[in-house]
Design a protein around this ligand. Sequence first.
Ligand code: TXA
Ligand code: MG
Length: 344
Amino acid sequence: METKILKPTDENIEIAAKIIAEGGLVAFPTETVYGLGADAMNAEAVGRVYEAKGRPSDNPMIVHIARASDIGQLTPMLSSTIVTLIENFWPGPLTLVVKKKPGVPDRTTGGLDTVAVRMPDSEIALKLIELSGCPIAAPSANLSGSPSPTRAEHCIDDLNGRVDCILEGPDCRVGIESTVLDVTGDVPTILRPGIITAESIEAALGKKVEYDKSLFARPEARPSGAPLDAGFSEDFKPKSPGMKYKHYAPKAEMIVVEGMRDNVKKEIERLRVLNEQIGNNVGVLLFEEKAFIEAAHEFFADLRDLDKQGVDLILAGALSDTDGVGFAVMNRMLKSAGYNIVKV
Ligand code: TXA
Ligand code: MG
């Protein structure tokens, strides 16, 4: 398939919107990561997204809308919690899991009776959705298993020849995917952490939110060369189906070093020297302490850059996960490393 790679001019966004309306696939920028979009109400088009990404088809997609009121096409009910969250956080990196209307295809929701919805904070994305005339289902625009794409070049690397069009927009401002919040029960529950933290959601709602328990599970490290979904025991069954697959993995081996800052630095240095002595090419990923927003912005792009440099091993310093954004980055970092953790 020939992929149209287009700058996001008004004219080109119109071309891309027409591709979506006709059942095709378009990679486009959002404020979090690039998405690979298809008409959310067209089951066949959504099926093509799974194929292009090589993604397991029980993994539901986030449906993107251009106006908050368009959520009415997807859900039969807005609770006061949902209304408050929309007022406070949309457009923005907060995805709400809500009850779905029967018209939303099972293909889009992985057969669940809920649907994940968000209104992105990106002019290009909003224009594309508006002009397509339909909600756009879009997972991240990477090959399944590889680090999420935060620059247009990442989409080109992964999807050129596999999709109809790539909109070559700016680098993503946030750098990690949206917070996914389940608001179908009594207590809002974070299924995937992001830069919109539990604290800020609690402040807006004036009530407690919970984290899905699976976010704290640390399955055994995946043995080198083992299948991507290995290492997850039977009792590790997260609510957000996407969380059970091996995710975000660089081509290099990766070790996360966790502990007091000074000890982490020393252990990374020790491992670097020893690995270089045996001829390995080593990359180090150590963010400034407490620079959580920067770490979120850089993390996936750094993994891809290190792979391009051909490193064999990435040594990453853990961030403090008592901070909400630190926790969100750590959620990705541990998966990238297949839970290969050294405590010092
Ligand atoms: O920032 C983002 O959210 C990006 C951009 C493109 O908007 N999208 C994204 O999509 O990260 P994806 O498909 O890579 O991740 C969607 C996550 C998965 O963990 C999936 O399991 C979960 O949302 N999800 C989707 N629908 C769900 C539902 N009905 N119930 C529970 N979890 C759901
Ligand atoms: Mg993804």
